[in-house]
Design a protein around this ligand. Structure first.
Ligand SMILES: [Zn+2]
Length: 302
């Protein structure tokens, strides 16, 4: 009798352990590939199709400039065959995360892109701008890098990755042409951009817009403008007759709103700077996000 009770007790303990193992705190099953940012994740899913699972560290609506990996992220990183990263200072959190257990292979997927530097207020060379994906031609280079990385790690599916990559690069070419059509509808004198942080340099360069200034100085979202910097930006906005201020879906638009109010300029507060749209929305893909931004910019500046 005692033995039976003991056995039953043991079973209960064992069942609890199993339950804890299977549902423990929403544990996600191990993914094949980890992508540091939502943009790299979206491109990787285009290339991988249904062949691989992708875990994204910085999901939609999350600010990569201010990110730390969770316990589940650390597990995904150390268990993945491949980690894909931006590598231009946007995902330094990966280096911190890997101190507690590295991935088997880490590949930078911005190789081959000409990296721009931010305008430096002292006229010197500013920091390297990590927001490369805002030019669809750069996104095509990233697709090539991703095809190569996935094919090296999973050679049995290389032909599929190549075909998916080629198909998505054609989509990005169409996106590029469509954005140009949209920007062409803006009177040339109105093609001026004031943004929340300096995230749109590659877009601005590609489509011949003019960068007037950013609310948060610099390439990061971390930092706050001084009252002198705000006053200077407001003067510039009035002098340049800027038509709109563009804030972002993933950054608090409080100061941008104040500047818009002071200058009487329209504010668009849902551009995708560092993020993509939630799954299922039109901006959940990189091409969809670029088009959504271009439509909002053209509508506001026309
Ligand atoms: Zn950014």
């Amino acid at each position: 009798m005692t033995g039976l009770v003991r056995l039953a007790g043991l079973c209960a303990v064992f069942a609890t352990m199993l339950l804890a193992l299977s549902c423990g705190g929403g544990t996600e099953s191990q993914s094949d590939v980890v992508a540091t940012t939502v943009q790299i994740g979206a491109l990787t899913r285009e290339v991988a199709g249904d062949r691989l699972t992708v875990h994204i560290l910085v999901g939609p609506g999350v600010d990569p400039h201010d990110f730390e990996a969770s316990a589940n992220d650390l597990r995904q990183i150390s268990g993945a065959r491949l980690v894909l990263r931006n590598g231009i200072g946007l995902d330094d959190f990966l280096d911190r995360a890997m101190k507690s257990g590295g991935a088997r292979q880490v590949v930078t997927v911005t190789d081959g892109i000409t990296v721009r530097r931010a305008a430096d207020s002292d006229g010197g060379r500013g920091d390297e701008d990590p927001h490369v994906w805002h030019n669809p031609l750069n996104a095509k280079v990233m697709v090539d890098d991703i095809v190569r990385a996935l094919s090296d790690a999973y050679p049995e599916d290389a032909a599929t990755f190549r075909a998916n990559g080629d198909s998505y690069k054609a989509t990005l070419d169409e996106t590029d042409a469509e954005i140009r059509r949209l920007i062409d509808t803006i009177p040339p004198a109105n093609r001026k951009m004031v943004t929340n942080h300096d995230a749109f340099g590659y877009f601005i360069e590609r489509y011949g817009l003019t960068y007037v200034g950013a609310v948060i100085p610099g390439l990061s979202t971390q930092g706050e403008p001084s009252s002198k910097e705000i006053a200077t930006l407001e003067d510039t906005i009035r002098r340049e007759d800027v038509k709109a201020i563009f804030a972002e879906s993933s950054v608090d638009p409080k100061v941008a709103r104040e500047i818009a109010r002071d200058t009487g300029v329209r504010i668009v507060d849902d551009l995708y700077g560092d993020s993509l749209g939630d799954p299922g929305t039109e901006a959940a893909t990189l091409d969809g996000m670029l088009l959504a931004n271009a439509r909002k910019i053209a509508d506001a500046l026309r």
